[in-house]
Design a protein. Sequence first.
Length: 138
Amino acid sequence: MTTETSSDMPKRILIIEDNSDLRFMLRRAFEGAGYVVSEAANGRFGLEVTARDAPDLVVTDIFMPDLEGIETIVRLREVAPNTKIVAISGHMAVAGYDALENARKLGADAVLRKPFMPRDLLRLVAELLAGDGLRRSA
């Protein structure tokens, strides 16, 4: 799996996740795969980091304080339309509402339900960054 572009620049990933333990684990997995990683604990800070770092891909949780993931995805699509987005959540569909399906409809390129194995997320991210334009769930 390669994480570099044709100009040999490592791909940049932003993790937006309020759980610091999960954020740390994801950072280690992505850095171990050769990505340059930024972090944000909520969507509001994630948008600031996006403006500063121009990530190639954003992994965002759905349920977080300050600015939740659905609104973050909508705003990311406005300010960074070419950035790939993976939405993650551990919440199951309730009363016919599935937050991950809603995230997909509003702009996420892929969704992944927690808990997941880091290798599954790494594989999904590599596919998206390689240009696999399919919108999918894993």
